[in-house]
Structure formats: C-alpha cells, structure tokens
Design a protein around this ligand. Structure first.
Ligand code: SAH
Length: 372
C-alpha cells in the first residue's frame, strides 16, 4: 500500500482512533497508547512503540502512517518570537504558525486554513485569497512540531497555550478544527486546559452556536467596530451576521459558566475606529457582557491602506473603556520584524478564489497605477 492510501493517524482524535483500532480488531485502549507515543513522547515510528505487539506494529505500518507537513523555514525575531513556514501538499504551498514566548507562558498561534475567504479589509491573510481548509492533521501538526522542538531544545514545558489566530477562519473549518482542539485538550495528548486554548472568530454566528454544543474552550471575537455600518466595511461577514446576533451568540456561549469571559479583539486603525466616540459606543455595546477587550495596534504590511493609531489615541481609548469597568489591555506587537504579528501571516499558496487578482487591481487603482 502506498503512503497516499494509508490512513494518516494524525487526523484522528481519541474517538477516531478508538474506532480505527476496533476496525482492525484491537481494543480501544490502544488509542491512548498511540496518542501518548505520538503526541507526548514525539515518537512517530510504529516500530518503536514497544507496548504494542510486533504483529500490531506491522499491521500499523502496512495500513497507517503519521504524516506531517515539512518544515520549510524558521525565522526568529529580535524579541524571541519564532515563525515556522510549513509546506503542505508536498508542494511549495505553505502555512505559518508563530511561537510567542513570555515569562509565564509559551503560546503558539496556529493556522486553520490555507488563506482565508473573509477578506477583512485590514488583514494581509485575506488579501492573499484562499486555497483550501487544513486537515486536522495539518492543524495539530503545527502544535506537535513546535512543542517537540522546544522539548528537544531542553525546555521543560513546551507549549502552554494555543490561540487559533493564524491564517484562516477556524469556524469555517469547523470539524477539522474541533478534531485538533480535542487533541490539544486530551490528557493523553497535550492536556492543555480549556482556558488555555482559544478559538478566534470574525463572527460566524451559526458556528459559535454549534461550538457551544461541542466544546467549552475560550472564545475570542474579532469585533473591531462598535456599530454595524463601520463593522461591515472592516469585517464583511458582518453583512451576514450583524453585531446584535453576534453578541447574542457570545452571551449564550458563556451563559451558565461563572468564570468564563469572551475576549473581544479590536484592531486600532488610525482615524477609522479609534475615536473617543467609538470608545463610548463600544463600552455601551459590550458593557453588560462578561468580557475582556484586547486592543491590537494595527500591524502594517506592504500596500496596506490603513495606519496604526497613535499611542496616545490607543491609551485614551483604553483608559476610557477601562473606566467603564471593562478589562482592557493593549496587545503588544510581537515578531513584527519577521512578519509574524497579527494579520501579517500570509504563508505561500496559489489563490483559488481569484480574489488576490481582484485585490491587486484594487490596490493598483488606490495607488493610481493605471491598469491596462
Ligand atoms: N479569522 C480569525 C483569526 C484571524 S487573526 C478572526 O478573525 O478572529 C487574529 C486577529 O488578528 C483577528 O482579530 C484579526 O482581525 C487580527 N488582525 C488581522 N489583521 C491584522 C493586522 N494587520 N493588524 C492587527 N491585527 C490584525
């Protein structure tokens, strides 16, 4: 059997592995053993999984594989942030993930799609267009590769937090993302607490409702504007799911959980959404919801049509919203020098939505370049 016909076990969460083992006539507990080998010990060669019989190991190598994207490049920022470019499809197509080391935690920012369909007006990923959804294997592989690199470097803990804030909209790749989230939180894999795994969405309301039924990991919502008129310009999916519906879904997500809070993300765009009036409108809007507000200074990229708000404007905005009792922090930009900050991840792939071509023309028009 060639490797392409073999089942990639990295695609299977515990329930999936249990079914797989049942199908080959084995007991379900094999799933836990395999997960410990792969995710906790970083061992991907069946031959070395010594608590399984030789016959089982042979069956596994005939029918299954554990296949990863290939590491294309790794860049390190002056501030310690690292960015990995991972090749998928056995081609030049690549996704990016970013390691953000801090004193008290080590966070990995993971991609969920090769590109993005949402086209938020300030995000570089969207400008590249969209190629395809990532598989569960490609999502969890990002955590596996970076976590085990850190352990191999001698770090004790490896990754402590995951944020699904890389390329793509995680809730538009629901099943694959949830499969990977299961593994992140599984005691036999990465055993991350649900508070330390965050899914960030631009506001796919039906998927937030669905998520509420299958998981209780942390939810971050990219709000970016305090009213529909402005949000529609910045986050086009708002035309489909306006703010009132989005906030209802957020309230429902934390309903019944005492300590749960929604994180609202708000990119600071100079002269666009950063006035005191915007801060007042925002505080009123989210005031009644148990939440935290993360102000994200806009991270520039080539041809961006926005600029970042001034520091004094950001401080004034933060102070006003804080004064209304909402926990508000300004997210420190990390890894800007290697294009690893929020919204700068572009990976490498061919657009299949033809959007990048359209955007190229729009950009040329903005810059006054005539288009023959
Ligand atoms: N699709 C998900 C994950 C996207 S990236 C979502 O929309 O939430 C994570 C965060 O970075 C989002 O809040 C996104 O809006 C923000 N972001 C995108 N481009 C940015 C930029 N250039 N500067 C700062 N933040 C940006």
């Amino acid at each position: 059997m060639s490797d392409t016909q073999k089942i990639n076990l990295l695609n299977l969460n515990r329930a999936g592995l249990e079914s797989f083992f049942s199908e080959i006539g084995e007991k379900p507990f094999r799933a836990k053993q395999l997960m410990q080998w792969v995710h906790q010990r970083g061992m991907i060669d069946f031959a070395h999984m010594t608590d399984m019989s030789k016959a089982l190991r042979e069956t596994l190598s005939l029918n299954a594989c554990i296949e990863f994207p290939r590491i294309g490049a790794m860049q390190k920022s002056a501030d310690g942030t690292r960015k990995w470019l991972l090749n998928v499809d056995g081609t030049e197509n690549a996704i990016e993930c970013v390691l953000i080391p801090e004193k008290s935690r080590t966070t990995l920012c993971i991609s969920s799609q090769l590109g993005c369909t949402l086209n938020c007006s300030f995000c570089a990923t969207g400008k590249q267009g969209f190629n395809r959804n990532l598989s569960t294997a490609e999502i969890i592989a990002q955590l596996h590769l970076v976590h085990h690199s850190l352990l191999n470097e001698g770090q004790e803990q490896g990754i402590t937090n995951v944020v699904m804030m890389g390329m793509g909209e995680p809730l538009l790749n629901f099943d694959a993302v949830m499969g990977a989230v299961d593994m992140m939180c599984d005691d036999y894999a990465y055993a991350l607490s649900k508070r330390r795994v965050t899914i960030s969405t631009a506001g796919v309301v039906p998927a937030i409702k669905k998520m509420n039924q299958v998981t209780d990991v942390s939810l971050a919502v990219s709000l970016h504007a305090p009213n529909d008129a402005l949000r529609e310009q910045l986050v086009p999916i708002n035309r489909k799911y306006p703010i009132s519906e989005l906030l209802d879904a957020c309230r429902a997500y934390i309903d019944g959980y005492k300590s749960r809070k929604i994180t609202f993300e708000y990119v600071m765009l100079k002269g666009i959404n950063d006035s005191l009036a915007h801060a007042q409108e925002l505080a009123k809007l989210i005031g009644g919801i148990p939440c935290k507000l993360n102000l994200i200074p806009f991270n520039p990229y080539p041809h961006a049509i926005y600029r970042c708000s001034d520091k004094t404007t950001i401080d004034r905005f933060r102070e006003y919203v804080s004064s209304k009792g909402i926990i508000t922090v300004t997210r420190r930009a990390r890894g800007e020098d290697i294009g690893a900050a929020c919204g700068q991840l572009v990976g490498q792939f061919k657009d299949r939505s033809r959007r990048s071509q359209k955007i190229k023309i729009e950009l040329e028009q903005i810059r006054g370049v005539s288009h023959a």
